[in-house]
Design a protein around this ligand. Structure first.
Ligand SMILES: Nc1ncnc2c1ncn2[C@@H]1O[C@H](COP(=O)(O)OP(=O)(O)O)[C@@H](O)[C@H]1O
Ligand SMILES: [Mg+2]
Length: 289
């Protein structure tokens, strides 16, 4: 891998180069931890796979409740082995329910926190190489506004923000949007409100957020993407290390996830409508034309 030339090759890519690509790279983030990102990613990936989409979930979190554990997958190797050059991405991909593929972080991302540009390029190059096999890459990011989180959000075409009714969740989502806008030129965000008792409640959260963003984050748009109901069985599914959709396919929670998956899988990718982020990483789909 020749890293020196790589960056310039990637940077030469234009939006037009990518415009034919069907690949969608989504980052799911929140600012605050414990708002349900990993659970949403696991179930959204499951629902998209059910609809025939090929999905790779990339664990981009350093936390404990990671996606591989949530789906009951055991991993010996992780992203760290890719970064050290010991393994290819294909060697460490785990096979989850409904054919979901999962790239486990292990403690391999700890190194990435140091933000060595070369390491990040190695990871992106590997993801780029395998991306031609997928319809969706979904980054399950960690909490906070660390360089890791903003890196994965800005490497995605779309950032899905997860908030709850807790006021701190809104302030943290706001802080994340602010940094992604100011430092990474992101303009469009899509909001999922989790753990609500009704859609009305979710729309209230959306209104509260946009009241602040409209006033203080000029040039930023937030789209209401959907809501997920609170369900007391969610912790049970997590303890059983199974996707909630698999255990309780007819619950209201699963209905919300299915609605979200239906919307996301049918719409025109935001990267094509001009509303999405335009990261310069994804060239494989272009080369595959
Ligand atoms: N819709 C929901 N209903 C009930 N509990 C939920 C819901 N979403 C998440 N949770 C609970 O919140 C906890 C944190 O979820 P998780 O997906 O790990 O959050 P994050 O990835 O944002 O840190 C989970 O252990 C789960 O019990
Ligand atoms: Mg998580």
């Amino acid at each position: 891998m020749i890293l020196g030339g790589q960056a310039s090759t990637l940077k030469r890519m234009t939006y037009g180069d990518m415009s034919e690509s069907g690949l969608r790279v989504l980052a799911v983030s929140s600012g605050k931890g414990g708002v349900g990102k990993t659970n949403i990613v696991a179930n959204l990936a499951y629902a998209l796979s059910k609809r025939g989409k090929k999905v790779l979930v990339v664990d981009a979190d350093l936390g404990l409740n990671n996606i591989d554990i949530l789906l009951g997958l055991a991993s010996k190797k992780h992203i760290g082995h890719v970064l050290s050059g010991e393994s290819n991405v294909e060697d460490i991909i785990l096979h989850g329910p409904e054919g979901i593929h999962v790239l486990p972080a292990g403690d391999g991302l700890q190194e990435l926190t140091q933000l060595e540009t070369e390491k990040k390029m190695v990871l992106m190059d590997e993801l780029d190489r395998v991306s031609r096999n997928y319809d969706f890459l979904i980054f399950d990011t960690g909490a906070g506004i660390s360089a890791n989180v903003t890196f994965f959000c800005s490497a995605a075409h779309e950032t899905f923000l997860v908030a709850t009714t807790e006021p701190t969740s809104l302030t943290d989502v706001y802080a994340l949007m602010k940094i992604l806008h100011n430092n990474h030129s992101q303009k469009h965000f899509r909001l999922i409100v989790n753990s609500v008792t009704s859609e009305r409640e979710a729309q209230g959260v959306y209104r509260n957020l946009t009241a602040v963003t409209d006033r203080f984050l000029k040039g930023v748009s937030v789209e209401y993407l959907g809501y997920i109901l609170h369900d007391p069985n969610v912790p049970k599914a997590i303890r059983q290390q199974k996707a909630f959709l698999e255990l309780y396919p007819f619950s209201k929670f699963s209905g919300c996830i299915n609605e979200l998956a239906e919307k996301v899988s049918k719409e025109k990718p935001k990267s094509l409508t001009g509303e999405g982020n335009q990261p310069y990483f994804w060239r494989s789909a272009f080369q595959a034309q």
